[in-house]
Design a protein around this ligand. Sequence first.
Ligand code: DC
Length: 221
Amino acid sequence: MKRFQVAIDGPAGAGKSTVARQVAKNLGFTFVDSGAMYRAIAWMILQEGGQVSEPKAYQLAQNSHFSLHPQGVIVNGRVLTDELRSPDVSNLASTIATMPRVRQALVVKQQEIAEQESVVMDGRDIGSHVLPNADLKVFLTASIEERAKRRLEDLAQKGLSVDLETLKTEIAARDLNDQTREFSPLIQAEDAYLLDTTQMTIPQVVEKILVLCRTKMGGEE
Ligand code: DC
């Protein structure tokens, strides 16, 4: 069967991973959380307590073996899930994502995965750069207030407490970092379907994307 590629991009907290995971499950496709790969590099650097530098981050990106895990990523045999979600890792991942050589190394790995199986891949540059020929591209957004609230609930479920204003400030900073970086910024691909999820529930967003997928696959809506 021909491989099918779904690219889901958008800013932090738009619900991409949750939605992409459920869409993939429903279609029987592989879910690829590309952000978890950037986060894993950040986590490794923090673990080592070392200075952040592009050569160091590049060396980790290039030489680490990544495999998929439904709740995160497996790096060099180590399962990383909740530890990737701390604010420290989020902030450092955003910095690392501005480094061109790190991006190049991770993009190659993401493309290799998508060559092997049908995927739903979420990130910032999937439709615009990683999988430019994806069968379906979706750009998910939501207001910054709503995204901060969602992140707060997410962290609370994991036992982490952060206040809403701090989260809003951090999300705004990450948006700016993601949108203004020189190399592969967060951008809506021309042929992407824009979906504002501010007023939508997760099941509604998932269903909408499944309808779009079925249409692209030539099935009925
Ligand atoms: O989606 P996320 O919050 O887990 O992503 C973590 C960081 O990595 C975030 O700052 C954006 C960046 N990222 C990226 O630049 N490109 C991707 N394809 C995925 C994530």
